[in-house]
Design a protein around this ligand. Structure first.
Ligand code: SF4
Length: 456
């Protein structure tokens, strides 16, 4: 869950819209970076209409939840939060549900929580100004639903929540239809933004002082330039990296099926491209991968890993894994554990399989008991922790460059990330390092972070 802090409006001038001056909004975000960035854009639209942000939901005229339904618990949390606003309509306040739960549940949300006034899925965010017009005119139930879109949600009034690192969506939706995943039914079909507007946005961000951009997409490497000049994804990365002022370009999430050697060559050739690839494998068993409809085998995935490991740069590699997928046997799980050792991941986001509405795997009879899923998850996390201790330990004594993005006052340490996306906590005699690139010598390593001292 990310409670969006209140930051200044950046990224272009606000278009004149109907004035809602004096009204306040509270926006809370659940889920992935795509949702976090969607919320930055939604907040920008509200600010441009004259709304003011508040961090107190009880004082907000408009309360918005940007929701996630990737796992059952995340969706349940939303309804638990909504229960707090039963009196909102009689108080002259409005409650909105945005994002994946909105698209998944649709108008059923009005049945479960009749005090909600606006339900809008991410594929309909372009219509937000029109939907807000209707809400402000007093319409009690306003909906923006449907996935029949061929457009992306772009706005010049995005409110950026991080002062040095900016998200840029380059592709929305997904056409892959993995059998466990809600994304195709909540975010709609795959649609890429043209390279021109993407690179113009990067140039604007650089001019505004951002030095790191992160390209976002559910399957970011599936990006195809919809018009001339017809860049490949790796060419888009290189073009963004060539923008004056930009020192780091990241991208997430890559799909193994679309990940080609040209991306690794680009990272090899261009130090501005970060040496980190997030490549979800989901399972180490080809049998399970087939049932998941991932469109690659264990062997093909390992070939891609070998290609990445042949890079001249020390690319760090992270992944997502689902344990306890329906029908996953002990042998399948052993193959996933074995893959951990072979891949040598620098980080793993591991989850128990969570049955989701509108997905084929929901109906399958060979569901794994919860206790068994928990057992497998614990084993996997424990093994991966050892791997991370070993891998991070090799960095002790080395020097790394860190983009400083925070300070732990109590510990007297600065914190930031390396190009490989490792968290580094370090001491420095400098009074202010926020937003700067610091050279740090590493003297200690844990499973999830490194500790060092500033050298210059
Ligand atoms: S590739 Fe599969 S897991 Fe990823 S968003 Fe698309 S359907 Fe979901």
């Amino acid at each position: 869950m990310v409670d969006i802090p209140l930051e200044s409006l950046t990224g272009g001038s606000a278009p004149a819209g109907p004035s809602s001056s004096g009204r306040t909004f509270y926006l809370e975000t659940f889920g992935c970076q795509m949702n976090v960035h969607d919320s930055e854009k939604v907040a920008g639209v509200l600010l441009a209409r004259g709304y003011r942000p508040t961090s107190d939901p009880d004082r907000a005229d408009l309360v918005l939840y940007n929701t996630c339904s990737i796992r059952e618990k995340a969706a349940q949390k939303v309804f638990a939060h909504l229960g707090k606003y039963k009196k909102a309509p009689e108080q002259g306040r409005a409650v909105a549900v945005l994002g994946c739960v909105a698209e998944q549940e649709g108008e059923r949300i009005f049945d479960r929580a009749p005090w909600v006034s606006l339900v809008c899925g991410s594929a309909s965010y372009r219509r937000l100004p029109e939907l807000l017009d209707r809400l402000e005119a007093g319409q009690r139930r306003v909906t923006g639903l449907g996935l029949d879109v061929d457009e992306t949600f772009e706005t010049e009034v995005t409110r950026r929540d991080h002062p040095f690192r900016a998200y840029v969506t380059i592709i929305e939706g997904c056409d892959k239809r993995c059998t466990f995943c809600v994304v195709p039914s909540t975010r709609g079909p795959e649609r890429s933004r043209a390279s021109g507007p993407v690179l113009a946005e990067v140039a604007r961000l650089a001019a505004a002082g951002y030095t790191e951009v992160q390209f976002l997409g559910q399957t970011v490497d599936s990006w195809r330039d919809p018009g001339p000049p017809g860049l490949r994804f790796s060419e888009l990365l290189l073009a963004a990296a060539a923008t004056p002022g930009i020192r780091r370009v990241r991208f997430t999430t890559s799909h193994p099926r679309d990940f080609g050697p040209d991306i690794v060559r680009a990272i090899d050739d261009c130090p501005v491209l970060c040496e980190h690839i997030h490549l979800p494998v989901q399972s180490g068993s080809t049998r399970v991968l087939e049932r998941m409809r991932r469109n690659y085998t264990r062997e093909e995935y390992l070939e891609t890993i070998a290609m990445i490991r042949s890079s001249r740069r020390p690319i760090s590699l992270t992944t997502d894994i689902i344990v306890g997928f329906p029908g996953e046997t002990e042998e399948d799980f052993a193959l996933t554990m074995d893959l951990l050792d072979r891949a040598g991941y620098d980080g793993v986001f591991a989850f128990k399989y969570s049955p989701r509405p509108n997905t084929p795997a929901l109906e399958w009879p060979d569901q794994i008991p919860e206790a068994e899923k928990s057992r497998r998850l614990a084993l996997l996390i424990d093994r991966q922790r050892q791997i991370q201790v070993e891998r991070n330990g090799k960095l002790v004594g080395s020097g790394v460059e860190v983009l400083v993005d925070g300070r732990h006052e109590a510990r007297g340490q600065w914190t930031g990330r390396t190009s490989g996306n490792r968290v580094v906590n370090f001491t420095s005699p400098m009074p202010d390092l926020l937003g700067q690139y610091a050279q740090v010598r590493i003297f200690q390593a844990g499973p999830n972070s490194l500790v060092g001292e500033h050298t210059r």
